[in-house]
Design a protein around this ligand. Structure first.
Ligand code: DAT
Ligand code: MG
Length: 155
């Protein structure tokens, strides 16, 4: 059993609704994630553009970067066995209507509004988890956390 870290973000569409925000927070706890760090923040357009640089040029890019800086977000560093895959499974497919059709019990199926306003983000690989955790939590050191805090985690 290998403990893994991932970055999970509750996007502005979901943070705007307190009951949805609370439901998503509960969803994290119910699924045996350890909340390593949690932060509420608002992005400037430039932050959105840098974070989603890989999508520059796609038809939805402008919409996406404007949406992601349209209001408060909540970011988490989550720890669990297989955290990256488990969180992405809980979120469901990127496209909300596909999610509703193929996996109705997922977060995006239940709370997503559109393909852009789709409630949550999750890292998709170990490399992106590393990059994205550093993007949201530049002061965080995984090595230091493992040494100093992780023993509290009952794997
Ligand atoms: P994911 O968030 O599932 O990792 P992604 O990395 O392909 O998906 O895209 C990042 C975000 O961009 C996604 O959460 C919402 C937006 N997006 C992706 N594809 C889209 C599309 N076809 N139409 C509108 N928005 C889209
Ligand atoms: Mg992605």
């Amino acid at each position: 059993r290998v403990l893994q870290l991932t970055l999970a973000v509750i996007k502005p569409d979901a943070v705007a609704h307190p009951l949805i925000l609370e439901a998503l927070h509960q969803r994290i706890l119910e699924n045996d994630f350890l909340i390593v760090r949690k932060k509420d923040l608002i992005w400037r357009i430039g932050d959105s553009e840098r974070f989603y640089a890989e999508h520059e040029g796609r038809f939805f890019y402008q919409r996406l970067v404007e949406f992601m800086s349209s209001g408060p977000m909540r970011a988490y560093i989550l720890a669990r066995e297989d955290a990256i895959t488990r969180w992405r499974e809980l979120m469901g497919p990127t496209k909300v209507y596909r999610a509703r059709y193929t996996s109705p019990s997922t977060i995006r199926a239940q709370y997503g509004l559109t393909d852009t306003r789709n409630t949550t983000h999750g890292s998709d690989s170990e490399e992106s988890a590393k990059r994205e955790i550093a993007f949201f939590f530049p002061e965080f050191s995984a090595e230091q956390w493992l040494e100093e805090e992780e023993p509290c985690f009952r794997a």
